[in-house]
Design a protein around this ligand. Structure first.
Ligand SMILES: [Zn+2]
Ligand SMILES: [Zn+2]
Length: 276
């Protein structure tokens, strides 16, 4: 397979693009989360089932030992199950506690912690999301948390800034909120978890019409749709991309293994080296 030989200096790789428990359980799409190398931080957002495997199988190679940052947007198992093994990688060769973990308070709930207690002792810094709070995991970059609403668990979106690189944001699992355009306004790249093809009032997830109207307000240069449920996957990436793209915003529906060059966000490489 002719894929790329090396990664860009700063990049995002979609280890997984699965949305909903059904897609996770069938592994129709991987549920590995999002790898980022950005402004000195290297790590994974929402390492669900298969994250470690996807990292170890990646081409060009990635290694869990290189991770210095782990982020959970919320505690649901499709977003968190591999956090302990990746924390093991992050702290493997360190004599002192190492690495930065950003998560919700309910991820460390007494008696129900998704991050094992013995693992937390190996980690240098653990921070909790707070709406509008900004943390500095590594290098010159920062991460701001944005309050989400998602089925009764604490959940936050993310905005990455710094290092002279494009600002980018992730809207994680959430009901659509009216303040998103204001909060994410400086994002040149917006990644949106769009589980649903159509809104369903009892489900706290973004749908394709929700994301379309959000993008019409915000007009980022680039938007990537991920965390797709079965209705979205049935439509196919080409259809979603064509349907949602506008003159101002290029929209790409993600595939497992897709890479975005963060020094040139319009440069997206699909697995196998196919560019578009
Ligand atoms: Zn989810
Ligand atoms: Zn969730």
């Amino acid at each position: 397979m002719p894929g790329i030989m090396t990664y860009p200096n700063n990049f995002i790789r979609f280890l997984g693009t699965a949305g909903t428990r059904f897609i996770m359980l069938s592994q129709r799409r991987s549920s590995g989360g999002i790898w980022f190398s950005y402004g000195g931080a290297r790590g994974v957002i929402d390492p669900g089932p298969g994250s470690l495997v996807r990292i170890c199988e990646a081409s060009p190679p990635l290694s869990p030992v290189d991770i210095n940052t782990l982020i959970l947007t919320h505690r649901h198992v499709d977003h968190s199950s591999d956090v302990n093994v990746l924390a093991e990688g992050m702290t493997l060769r360190a004599r002192e506690p190492r690495g930065f973990v950003l998560l919700t308070k309910d991820c460390l709930a007494d008696g129900d912690s998704v991050l094992m207690k013995y693992m937390t002792k190996k980690i240098d810094k653990t921070a909790f999301h707070e709406d509008g709070a900004i943390v500095h995991p590594a290098g010159g970059m920062s991460v701001e948390s944005v309050l989400h609403f998602h089925h009764g668990v604490e959940c936050y979106g993310l905005i990455f800034r710094g290092g002279g690189l494009p600002t980018w944001g992730l809207i994680s699992d959430t009901a659509p909120m009216g303040y998103f355009p204001e909060r994410y306004r400086d994002c040149e790249l917006l990644i949106i978890n769009v589980a649903l093809a159509f809104p369903r009032s009892r489900l706290d997830h973004m749908s394709m019409p929700d994301a379309t109207s959000l993008l019409a307000h915000m007009r980022p240069k680039m938007a990537v749709i991920t965390h797709m449920g079965s209705d979205m996957l049935d439509m196919g990436e080409e259809f979603i991309s064509a349907r949602m793209s506008t003159a101002e915003t290029k929209v790409v529906a993600s595939r497992d293994g897709m890479i975005i060059d963060m020094d040139d966000i319009m440069n997206i490489k699909q697995p196998g080296g196919m560019e578009r």
